[in-house]
Design a protein around this ligand. Structure first.
Ligand code: NAD
Length: 326
């Protein structure tokens, strides 16, 4: 089976490629290697993938339609898509809003157009985000909840991706599945996210900034669990009864809302060093709590996360120390 994975040099994309290659799939990876965070980390992930049998990489922007059309022509065997390329992060959207519309809306639509032009397309899976729940207070967050009050541009563009996908499933009968990821962490993680930022600061003896005075909860999900969900979903496209559009949305989280201070405690334990905590007020665009209702993905594809933070955090820290040689 040939799968087109976008964001292949990114955190979740890299792990997804590894898993697909390990089971013998051919993976056409795409990434524009942008400098939102250190591209050396993206190159280092790619270096792990490059020599694996079945991996082909294209340094391309998903919003570059002629380049993506040429890529599709070069790989006529693609039957499945995993669209993970995106501009992530909440704070960056305050200063670079068009990065979000280019990657998350234009790029997403360009990917759907590729799927539409491909008669062999069996399934289009894409990343959404728990941030679409905005400031919803009903917990756990369920896919049936209303999500029309985003509190960041990132969330608004992710929700736009979901709506655009729905319209393409309806119009062109493309089977699509959107996955709302909840705070993913693990080896090869993202330097702009809490686990990475905290580990670096604690090791350097610098203070860590903890927002909302530490009164935050997150459904932290270990990356290996996420990838099991992505691949499980990819293998199970929604059916088409000719009436309802063949499109689905799932939450994919750990189904445990952890206190941020407990997550920091797990990092301190794994590092054997205490953090210097500097409490700060809530950040603009951030949410206080996330907690995923994962019953739908559990029921449909047997998704069952198995990694609590007590196991996942030490695995992240082990990788961090090796990668940074500290
Ligand atoms: N990590 C999380 O906790 C989390 C939570 C919710 C949603 N998500 C979503 O999951 C997906 C993967 O996230 P990640 O954590 O791996 O982020 P990441 O930033 O590590 O990976 C995204 C990759 O996409 C690439 N990219 C960005 N714009 C592109 C474009 N226009 N064309 C080609 N490549 C482009 C980047 O260079 C990067 O390597 C994203 O869609 C993100 O919004 C992640």
């Amino acid at each position: 089976m040939t799968v087109l994975v976008t964001g292949a040099a990114g955190f979740i994309g890299f792990h997804t490629c590894l898993r697909l290659l390990a089971r013998g799939d051919t993976v056409v990876g795409v990434d524009n290697l942008n400098a939102y965070y250190d591209p050396k980390l993206k190159q280092a992930r790619l270096a792990q993938l490059r020599d694996l049998p079945g991996f082909i990489f294209h340094h391309t922007d998903i919003a570059d339609r002629p380049a993506m059309a040429a890529l599709a022509k070069a790989h006529p065997d693609i039957t499945r898509y995993v669209n993970l390329a995106a501009q992530a992060g909440v704070r960056h959207s305050l200063t670079a809003p068009f990065d979000y519309t280019t990657a998350n809306v234009e790029g997403h639509l360009a990917m759907l157009e590729l799927a539409r032009a491909n008669d062999k397309c069996r399934h289009f899976v894409y990343a959404s985000s728990s941030s679409v729940y905005g400031a919803n207070t009903k917990l756990p967050f369920a896919v049936e909840d209303r999500v029309d009050s985003p509190i960041s541009l990132y969330a608004a563009t992710k929700r736009a991706g979901e709506l655009i996908s729905h319209s393409y499933s309806h119009l062109f009968r493309i089977p699509t599945t959107g996955l709302r990821f909840f705070t993913v962490y693990g080896p090869w993680g993202r330097p702009d996210m809490a686990a990475y930022l905290f580990a670096g600061a604690i090791l350097a003896g610098e203070p860590i900034k903890v927002f909302n005075n530490g009164d935050m909860r997150r459904d932290f999900t270990f990356v290996e669990d996420i990838v099991s969900g992505v691949v499980g979903v990819l293998d199970n496209p929604p059916g088409d009864d000719g009436v309802t559009p063949p499109c689905r949305l799932y939450n994919i989280g750990n189904n445990r809302s952890e206190r941020l201070m407990d997550f920091i405690g797990a990092i301190e334990t794994a590092l054997g060093k205490k953090a210097i905590v500097e409490f700060a007020p809530m950040q603009l665009g951030d949410v206080k709590e996330t907690y995923a209702d994962i019953s739908a993905i559990q029921r449909d594809v047997g998704f069952a996360p198995t990694t609590p933070i007590a196991d996942g955090v030490p695995r992240f820290i082990e990788w961090y120390k090796e990668y940074h040689r500290v």
